[in-house]
Design a protein around this ligand. Sequence first.
Ligand code: SF4
Ligand code: SF4
Length: 115
Amino acid sequence: MATWRCVKQCGACCHLAPEERPELDEYLSPEELNHYLSLVGEGGWCIHFDHETRECKIYEQRPIFCRVTPDNFERMYGVCGEEFNEFAIECCQEQIEAVYGADSAEMDRYNQSLA
Ligand code: SF4
Ligand code: SF4
């Protein structure tokens, strides 16, 4: 089974665009949802996303809902331990497709990282 990983030069999940994530209130608490909405900047991108480096400018202090961990995914999505990798990989692929496209270099890079 593939192991989830984040690849450099992506940042697709930092495109927060709440209109594209109508189920936010199903997995974020009201406080987290307010925090999430406060981060939405131009074009739906997070205000902490560095578009040149494609990295988070507050990585060590990033919110809990940005952290891809088994514990967090169980809390937010009810995904139990052994489902974590598959679920997290699908989340990345869905987000990369939505932001960059299914045939994008970002998707190629992501899929190659799983091989
Ligand atoms: S979508 Fe996945 S691979 Fe891309 S930056 Fe987010 S966690 Fe990393
Ligand atoms: S806080 Fe950082 S990791 Fe979270 S969405 Fe913003 S740029 Fe991405």
